[in-house]
Design a protein. Structure first.
Length: 559
């Protein structure tokens, strides 16, 4: 069903879908699929495809399958299958009972391959992989026919069955489509359909020693499942004639393949192979390292499904590749968390402050607003006492002209607490700043002076007696250049400051109790979430994003 109030400015894929519904194509049925290969973790680029495949199905009362294209057992693993399902559910999509695998169809795919052999449009080739490359030609020169191209149907059928029976060594023979070695489209130059590969499969074990190639398997999976609109990224545009050729030769249900631009993001890499290099070489802690563009990494860092969906909506769907600025993704998470994230106080680089005229042994609880953007979030009580911690960089003994925070003799506001004035500076034997001695005005509870006097700065704090020690991990962009792949070695462009670990932080008690993965704001410091490494004795917090985009300022200072 097409919504009557649907916006006119829809993308080209939805235009195709709406036209097909209007014309009654496939009986008005809309059926999509998300077909990941289980050879790595999903990244932010896959989120775009997920939102397209599942989103279109939802909008037009259709169905969307989750199907794993598990045709290459060399690189596939159950770990990846489980992580992919977790990521899709986290984004808020559900495939219901429509979970499929390419391996579900291995027997049917083999039968279809025999049909192609019997029809005379597929043959068994004895060329090695290196010889196939030489025979294939170039973009400007046609390929040459394999010496084995004209084998009889009977011989091809016998050899193919012997391949299946395991009578030949790995790589000794392939089954190839007989199309056109002079085609300007390299994908149509007699592509391989099956290869011999003795590798245990994570679902079928050692049942098979031959496996179908991706281009052959994918179109058959779509056909078998009755997919109407097979959306894929733009690199498969040149593969579409082959997709159509297999289906036409077999004369089976024919879905429509539609290509869209893939997502490229500045300051990161989106190749699963290169992301795997970072993991395997120990340059990151794993696929879920919060610096990685993987969905598991973003989730661990504190990104929300809503922010990622907003990001994919904003970039839209185009037909040609482009690169999106990382700042847009960061804007989306800031915008989302500003509305929803609870506020807490955390001091990342503590400096002790003794309020000498506050009664010894006394403490009180002050009321804090949980989120000024959301009245329904309510308030909480935060303990205050004679000794507190403030951020070390909120004090300067000899303040520069534009510095507005604490300095000797200057009065500042403690957030929701009191006005205090620094009266003395205590240093250790080596002259390093140790602590501050301050006084407070007891008539300014809540941070406001009854006489109306104004202060120029408000700073956050935590009560030393009640504060909880914590570890805080400050994450930043993984690479220092917009396009790491433009460098001779993308590893050389990694940002050495992409992770800073602060071990001696102090946080208010309420923050220590927050659940793992729930994003919140440490006031004035950014958005954070509790990490999976947390223990009761050592809570660990990841910075999701700073409150402002400081990246351009950092680059300017570096230059």
């Amino acid at each position: 069903m097409i919504s009557e109030d649907k916006e006119k400015g829809i993308d080209f894929i939805r235009e195709i879908v709406e036209r097909d519904i209007k014309e009654g194509k496939h009986g008005g049925r809309i059926h999509t699929r998300f077909p990941p290969e289980p050879n790595g973790y999903l990244h932010i680029g896959h989120a775009k495809a997920i939102c397209i495949d599942f989103g279109i199905a939802e909008e037009y009362d259709g169905l969307c399958n989750l199907r794993f294209d598990d045709t290459n057992p060399v690189k596939e693993d159950v770990e990846y299958v489980e992580s992919i399902m977790k990521d899709i559910r986290w984004l808020g999509f559900d495939w219901e009972d429509r979970l499929y695998y390419a391996s579900d169809y291995f027997n049917k795919m083999y039968d279809y391959a025999e049909q192609l052999v019997k029809k005379g449009v597929a043959y068994v080739c004895d060329l090695s992989a290196e010889e196939v490359r030489k025979y294939r030609g170039t973009l400007t020169e046609p390929g040459r026919n394999s010496p084995w191209r004209n084998r009889s149907v009977e011989e091809n059928l016998d050899l193919f069955r012997e391949m299946k029976a395991g009578e030949f060594s790995d790589g000794a023979r392939t089954l190839r489509a007989k199309i056109d070695m002079a085609s300007p489209n390299m994908n149509m130059r007699d592509p391989a359909i099956y290869r011999i590969l003795r590798k245990s499969h994570h679902r079928t074990g050692n049942e098979w020693c031959i496996y179908p190639m991706y281009d052959y398997a994918h179109c058959l999976e779509d056909s078998i499942e009755g997919i109407t609109h097979s959306c894929c990224s733009i690199e498969f545009e040149d593969h579409r004639p082959l997709y159509d050729w297999f289906l036409d030769q077999l004369d089976i249900f024919h879905p429509q393949q539609i290509e869209f631009a893939r997502l490229n993001l500045t300051y990161t890499v989106m190749s699963k192979r290169k992301l795997a290099m970072l993991v395997e070489d120990g340059l990151v802690s794993g696929w879920d390292d919060p610096r990685m563009p993987t969905l598991s990494g973003l989730r661990r860092r504190g990104y929300t499904p809503e922010a990622i969906k907003d990001f994919t909506d904003r970039i839209g769907i185009a037909k040609r590749d482009s690169t999106v600025d990382m700042a847009l993704l960061e804007y989306c998470i800031r915008d989302d968390l500003n509305k929803r994230a609870a506020r807490f106080m955390g001091v990342l680089d503590p400096l002790k402050v003794i309020i000498e005229n506050y009664p010894i042994g006394k403490y009180e609880e002050l009321e804090f607003i949980n989120n000024p953007e959301d009245e329904s979030a309510g308030t909480r009580m935060v303990p205050f006492s004679r000794v507190i911690y403030i951020e070390r960089d909120d004090f300067q003994e000899e303040p520069h002209k534009k510095f507005r925070r604490m300095a000797p003799g200057r009065e500042v506001r403690l957030r929701y607490a009191y006005l205090i004035t620094c009266v003395d500076v205590v240093k250790d034997d080596e002259g390093n700043l140790k602590e501050l001695i301050c006084t407070y005005d007891p008539d300014t509870r809540g941070g406001n002076a009854p006489d109306g006097r104004r202060v120029k700065s408000t700073i956050h704090w935590v009560s030393a007696e009640h504060a909880v020690p914590a570890e805080v991990r400050l994450y930043d962009r993984l690479f220092t250049v917009e396009n790491p792949l433009a460098s001779d070695n993308f590893i050389d462009t990694m940002n050495e400051d992409s992770l800073r670990i602060l071990k001696d932080c102090r946080i208010e008690p309420s923050a220590a109790d927050i659940e793992i993965g729930i994003p919140f704001q440490f006031e004035r410091k950014g958005y954070f979430c509790k990490d999976t490494d947390s223990t009761e004795e050592n809570p660990v917090f990841n910075r999701t994003i700073s409150l402002r985009d400081t990246w351009k300022r950092i680059l300017k200072n570096q230059k």
